[in-house]
Ligand binder design. Structure first.
Ligand SMILES: *Cc1c(COP(=O)(O)O)cnc(C)c1O
Length: 239
């Protein structure tokens, strides 16, 4: 797949610029500085070459939602100098038996949602490893099957991360529920972020907002946007 231009449609550079313009506009409307908002490009299901193309356009934050794909892309791009300084964010369901692989491939993990995972990620740190940035994913739905810690358990999980010497708690992550108006859901995330900061005062990152709802997330204080298809184009079918 040619990711630089697709027939007569907008190029990757044009889509990226259009999203950045919308981010800047939404920040202005919210009275916020867009320098305080990190636009992460979600590259899942796309080939590693897309990450190269994005990095060549100046993108410095990319995200994957499956550990195997993250590990494979990092390995494939290990010698690519264009990627110097690129940070890889892991935003998917994390398995406790993959702690070592996740630590080896991710610079930040947004999807920490249970005590066993905190223990596993902490235990997986090799001696020389830098501290791993983590965010607590909160479940905004009533369905316990969805990813994320229930809000009532947020502070206890934050205390556990704060006590883990190889992890650094950075903030909170959430996905807006399908059945709720996103702006209302993101307002709740803002309140939960304030609660998190009573435990770890500088854990101020708010990872919220995707293609469909990032402007609402900016209005409610998001600091890290996870934007995929609006920039990358439709994801190739996976098989
Ligand atoms: C895929 C994904 C995104 C990006 O979704 P788009 O709708 O393509 O912007 C954001 N966050 C998570 C956790 C994802 O899995």
């Amino acid at each position: 797949m040619n990711t630089l231009s697709s027939g007569g449609g907008p190029s990757l550079a044009e889509r990226l610029a259009a999203i950045d313009e919308r981010v800047a506009d939404a920040a202005r409307r919210a009275g916020r500085e867009s320098e305080h908002i990190t636009r992460i490009v979600v590259t899942k299901f796309h080939p590693a070459s897309l990450v190269h193309d994005l990095a060549a356009l100046g993108v410095r934050d990319v995200a994957e939602n499956r550990q195997q794909e993250l590990t494979a892309k990092r390995a494939e791009l290990a010698d690519d100098a264009t990627l110097a300084g690129v940070r890889w964010h892991f935003v998917g369901q994390a398995q406790t038996n993959k702690g070592r692989q996740i630590r080896a491939a991710a610079d930040a993990v947004h999807s920490v949602d249970r005590a066993r995972l905190v223990t596993a990620l902490d235990a997986a740190a090799p001696g020389s490893d830098p501290v791993l940035d983590v965010l607590l994913q909160v479940n905004l739905t009533d369905d316990p099957g969805r990813g994320g810690v229930v809000p009532d358990e947020l502070e206890a999980l934050a205390e556990q991360v704060a006590a883990a010497s190889t992890l650094r708690l950075r903030g909170i992550m959430a996905v807006a529920p399908l059945e709720e108006e996103p702006r209302r859901a993101f307002a709740r995330v803002g309140a939960l972020s304030a609660r998190l900061r009573t435990v770890v005062p500088d854990a101020g990152w708010i990872s919220a907002g995707m293609t469909a709802d990032f402007e609402d997330a900016i209005a409610e204080g998001a600091t890290h946007l996870r934007i995929g298809s609006a920039i990358t184009g439709n994801r190739p079918l996976h098989g």
